[in-house]
Design a protein around this ligand. Structure first.
Ligand code: SAM
Length: 255
């Protein structure tokens, strides 16, 4: 089947490893389930996977062009309803067995996954599930070339410490979007420290964890004031951000 897409949603479809992890998680459902929501359905590809497993799929997309593509792509499925709306303004009428919500971004900072799920999961049955089910974030010291916040898309950086897990988010929990942590990191070599690298691992379900992929949470590089460090030094940093408020909300400082 050929999918109609926008250029951005085409890039999402081209990342076949990203699609494969969602396909595998949805494939585990038998075909006796009642209702699934696909929040931020984009081109509709995940709704397409859901359509054979659920009696009803409600797919919501705020971007008008992507909505148009999804509506056309899914027009052959009587059990899929595509709605052009901001999820945060949508009046949910019934509870679902599954919510699929791929509004992911590294550490959930730049997209609306957390505000959307905090609102929408009230419309999940008691034993209902969310795909993905959560994320694990790690952080490490780096020397980076570019001195502004950017995703790892080829610009060079050198790791000056190992990665340390600093947060583990389960989407079924109520999540405070305002994040703040004090973290101690140990230098593994001498070097000029000028940044932090945040890496996000996505828990798609109980059995599948996806590492960073080009279109699924590529690592994020965040500047720090320059500091010469020596092997085995302990570096204490504070990191703050608001999930859903964009990368401009990130603040870092030495403690
Ligand atoms: C990362 S894309 C994923 C698209 C599709 N689910 C897929 O996996 O290919 C996230 C989508 O969520 C949509 N989106 C973001 N915030 C939204 C909101 N508040 N309400 C509805 N859609 C939203 C975006 O327009 C985008 O199409």
């Amino acid at each position: 089947m050929k999918f109609k897409t926008t250029p951005y949603h085409h890039d999402l479809l081209k990342d076949t490893d990203r699609l494969a992890v969602f396909f595998e998680a949805i494939k585990e459902y038998d075909s006796n389930n009642d209702l699934a929501y696909d929040l931020g359905c984009g081109s509709g590809v995940l709704s397409y996977f859901l359509s054979s497993k659920f009696k009803e799929v409600i797919s919501i997309e705020s971007d008008v062009k992507a909505f148009g593509c999804a509506k056309e792509n899914l027009s052959h499925f009587d059990n899929v309803k595509v709605i052009n709306n901001d999820v945060l303004e949508y009046n949910f009428e019934k509870k679902a067995d599954l919510i699929v919500c791929e509004m992911l971004d590294t550490a959930l900072i730049d997209e609306e996954e957390i505000p959307v799920l905090n609102y929408a999961k009230k419309f999940l049955n008691e034993d209902g599930k969310i795909i993905p089910q959560g994320i694990i974030n790690t952080i490490g010291l780096v020397n980076m070339q570019r001195h502004h916040i950017h995703w790892d898309e080829g610009a060079k950086y050198e790791a000056l410490s190992d990665e340390t897990v600093y947060s583990d988010v389960n989407f079924l929990d109520d999540i405070n979007p305002e994040f703040n942590a004090n973290i101690r990191l140990k230098a593994k070599k001498d070097g000029l420290l000028n940044g932090l690298k945040i890496t996000t691992y996505t828990k798609i379900n109980e059995n599948i964890i996806a590492g960073p992929l080009p279109m699924l949470n590529p690592p994020l590089l965040v500047p720090l004031d320059e500091k010469q460090i020596r092997v085995n030094d302990f570096i204490d940093v504070e990191i703050k951000y608001i999930m859903g408020n964009g990368i401009e909300s990130i603040e870092t400082k030495y403690l």
